[in-house]
Write a protein that binds this ligand. Structure first.
Ligand SMILES: Cc1ncc(COP(=O)(O)O)c(C=O)c1O
Length: 388
């Protein structure tokens, strides 16, 4: 090489929509939950593809045989039989609970063979269990969680029917003891809503005298309602580092930062084009954003085809080169446009963070008039996943 050889700097590598999964953050969130209720067992909720983070991926991270007990989940919760079976196929051996139970009696032998646990929330499910010939269950007894409707009025048996359901299950040879008694909280995200107090009082009135394991707390219950903790916690959202409480999008004591949980998913993509526009020019489909002064527009390789919300409004924050810039113009299938400002020095290939580390998904949800749960679950299969 001669001294006047010109070395062209390597071009920034471009990444399309990529979700970086921070395994350490997941383990720390898990440990934090454990520290809030050291005597409780934890059922980690993994439904909807692990809230978009990957069903088997999250289960494996929380069940690795190398993990000490403080990081290893006591059980996993899913909504559908298929989700449970794919966990078993991935080699997960922990208890798995079907949080809505089975929808057909024919699924009960599959439940028994795969050592799954089932919620019972209505008469059909009770009948299916108690009338099932024991040989069809290979004489295995089913592990059951009896769900009581204490006020949410979605799933769960009526409080007036509790004794009947409990006795029927107790006296069935198809059912193993103990039976976990559970309920679900409708408004636990709001510390000032007294319906949680009422739900918990009703639950206590029905079950307080029974020596069975109990479970009422989702993430919001864990954070805000200590009296809901009982024996089994059922965290979903907070496990992924997202605040389950109301108004978590600002820097209040309800934010993830204040709760000391860390985002597990950081969603990123590169700038793939940069252009100068003049005051008065419009950007994107429908030309619904107009520059008020000369500026620089950056195009980021992510859109609603990846799960970025199409209804994110102008001004939704995007993090690029350690500063927040506003989304401008409509979100398209594969791209969004941002206002980098007239003095921008950003380059093609620079990475934009759409949510995650240093930009809570709770904030983006507010700008898209939705909730963080929906944004996470909407991550599409074409998004690259990397685990750090
Ligand atoms: C029965 C049950 N328990 C726990 C959870 C977890 O809730 P969260 O993600 O709010 O912690 C859910 C989720 O909807 C649920 O349906």
């Amino acid at each position: 090489m001669t001294s006047n050889t010109v070395i062209t700097p390597a071009k920034n590598t471009i990444i399309t929509a990529t979700a970086v999964i921070d395994s350490q953050a997941l383990l720390e969130n898990y440990q934090l939950i454990k520290s809030l209720a050291p005597n409780c067992k934890i059922l980690a909720v993994l439904k909807a593809n692990g809230y978009g983070h990957g069903l088997a991926r999250i289960a494996k991270l929380l069940s690795d045989s190398l993990l000490t007990e403080e990081y290893s989940a006591d059980a996993f919760g899913v909504a559908r039989l298929d989700e449970a079976l794919s966990l078993r196929a991935a080699g997960i051996v922990q208890p798995i609970v079907l949080l809505e139970g089975v929808f057909n009696q024919a699924d009960l032998p599959i439940v028994a063979v795969n050592d799954l646990q089932i919620v019972v929330h209505d008469q059909e499910q009770l009948d299916a269990i108690i009338h099932m010939p024991a040989e069809k269950l290979l004489h295995k007894q089913l592990k059951v969680w009896l769900k009581i409707d204490t006020g949410m009025h979605r799933l769960g048996i009526e409080t007036a029917d509790f004794d009947y359901f409990y006795q029927q299950l107790k006296s069935s040879n198809n059912v193993q003891t103990p039976i976990v008694l559970m309920s679900h909280l409708a408004c636990a995200d709001d510390k000032n809503d007294d319906s949680t107090t009422k739900q918990l009082a009703l639950f206590e009135q029905l079950t307080g005298h029974l020596d069975e394991p109990k479970s009422c707390a989702n993430s919001a219950g864990i954070c805000a309602w200590q009296q809901s903790h009982y024996d089994w916690l059922r965290p979903g959202l907070m496990l992924y580092g997202v605040s389950p409480l109301l108004n978590a999008d600002n820097n209040s004591h309800n934010s993830a930062q204040a709760l000391a949980i860390k985002p597990v998913m950081t969603l990123q993509a590169s700038l793939i084009a940069i252009r100068q526009i003049k005051a008065g020019e419009k950007v994107g489909y429908g030309a619904n954003w107009q520059a008020t002064k000369n500026t620089t527009i950056g195009v980021v390789a992510i859109g609603y085809g990846d799960g970025y919300p199409r209804h994110a409004n102008n001004n939704t924050p995007v993090l690029i080169n350690n500063r927040i810039v506003p989304l401008v113009g409509r979100v398209a299938m594969d791209m969004i446009t941002v206002d980098l400002g007239v003095d921008s020095t950003d380059k093609i290939g620079d990475i934009a963070t759409l949510w995650g580390k240093n930009l809570p998904v709770e904030v983006i949800a507010k700008h898209a008039t939705t909730i963080a749960y929906e944004l996470l679950c909407n991550i599409k299969p074409r998004v690259q996943i990397t685990v750090s």
